[in-house]
Design a protein around this ligand. Sequence first.
Ligand code: TXA
Ligand code: MG
Length: 310
Amino acid sequence: MKNSILLAASLLKNGHVVAFPTETVYGLGASIFHEKGLEAIFSLKGRAKDNPLIVHIHDLDQVFSLVKEVPEDFFLLARAFFPGPLTLILPVAPSISSLVTASLDTIAIRMPNHKIALELLKEVGDPIAAPSANISGKPSPTSFEHVTKDFSEKLPLILDGGECQVGIESTVLSLVGEPTILRPGSITLEDLEAVLGKKINAKSYSTKALCPGMKYRHYAPNAKISLFYTEKELLEGVSQNCWILTNTPLDLMSIKSNSLKMIEYSSQNIYKIFHLADKEKVDSICILIDEKTKKDQGLLNRIEKAATKI
Ligand code: TXA
Ligand code: MG
């Protein structure tokens, strides 16, 4: 692995794009100092140019060259959660490429909690812009195989870190103005409030697309996804040959089909299930949203987005 990391670092230093594992999902990285690599990220993913990138760092000192000012809340949160699945939005320094920020006056920064990612970042030295390593709109990749499926022919190197532990993308918190969660994740509102010692804005991500990326359809497998809030509704609405995602065992005897499949789901395996459904050409996925899922804002957000038709 050491040799692959050294090779990946040298590719990144020369403006190439490399995929690497993080604790959340795999990223498609390029140095923020190479416009060529940044441009390539957008064309490889088919990503809209108005959707900014997250900048990955390995050392807190790197923040000072990326931002205009560092609010006190940043240090509180970084001390508690870095490295980890939290992205913080700060006012951007004027020198940073507008490809990274999509011409916003802010920048997204995170320090991933993954041995390979941290070693790679240290070896490169430059901060690395990295969106999730999937074609835009598709489920994020949580294994080497997922990245290979989309990009094996198109990238000089994909680092293999096995399966991602967290399984959904980082929580995105804006520290510009009132602290506001723009994308929920495994670090929760309560976790953040406990460290900041104050209330933070939470509802916005479900009502309005504050985070440019959140306005696009996301995370979706090819199958049609239907959400159900009671067992009864699901049993009535279930179609032939569909996958049923449920954490409560259901009595399927009433349904006249022997090709239904029941699967337990969580934020750790939701993208894995979506990728598998694509591979097996599943037509329809029915998801039972129980009380536990309702409380898991990150998971619920990804499921609702995947079920959105546009
Ligand atoms: O866990 C993660 O965050 C993964 C791994 C690879 O680090 N990355 C990831 O990147 O999910 P991406 O590009 O798929 O999602 C980044 C999100 C997008 O919704 C984007 O709009 C938002 O972060 N974002 C980036 N910069 C922003 C900014 N300056 N202001 C508001 N939102 C921003
Ligand atoms: Mg993404």
